[in-house]
Design a protein around this ligand. Structure first.
Ligand SMILES: [Zn+2]
Length: 146
């Protein structure tokens, strides 16, 4: 997994903290029942959060099962990816592709994530980033892409 993604527990914590004033005000208004109100509120927020996540991910999966599987393999979660600031401050490319895009494929201009000494295959044209150079398959041999 990539480290440039905000951990999901942190996004969840931010959401809970954002909602907490509502729970605190409710607990003050219903003071004699403050503890059950706070407990009920926390459970409610928790169920709402995971209900929304389930709904979003099922929706994405129903529309595009293959795309959903591909996203999950990249470590993307469509629900967390759909959230913006202040819950998820990741850049757009991290939220959409699961990682920060730092290069473009020289063959087809597809945005890709490259690391030194890590082999990467362009998802659009199958060119390979290998030994810190781009290679393309001509049908008989690999040639260096200039
Ligand atoms: Zn390419």
């Amino acid at each position: 997994m990539s480290d440039d993604r905000t951990p999901t527990w942190l996004i969840q914590l931010r959401f809970f903290l954002l909602c907490s004033p509502v729970g605190i005000v409710l607990a003050i208004i219903l003071a004699p029942f403050a503890l059950p109100v706070l407990a009920g509120f926390s459970i409610g927020v928790f169920l709402f959060w995971h209900g929304s996540r389930l709904f979003t991910n099922c929706f994405v999966w129903l529309l595009d099962p293959e795309g959903y599987t591909a996203l999950r393999q990249q470590g993307c979660d469509p629900f967390y990816g759909s959230l913006g600031s202040p819950l998820n401050n990741d850049t757009e490319s991290v939220r959409i592709y699961g990682r920060d895009i730092n290069s473009n494929c020289p063959e087809c201009d597809e945005p890709v994530f490259l690391q030194t000494n890590v082999t990467t295959i362009c998802p659009a044209c199958q060119s390979q980033w290998h030994d810190n150079h781009w290679w393309k398959w001509t049908g008989t041999r690999w040639v260096l892409v200039e």
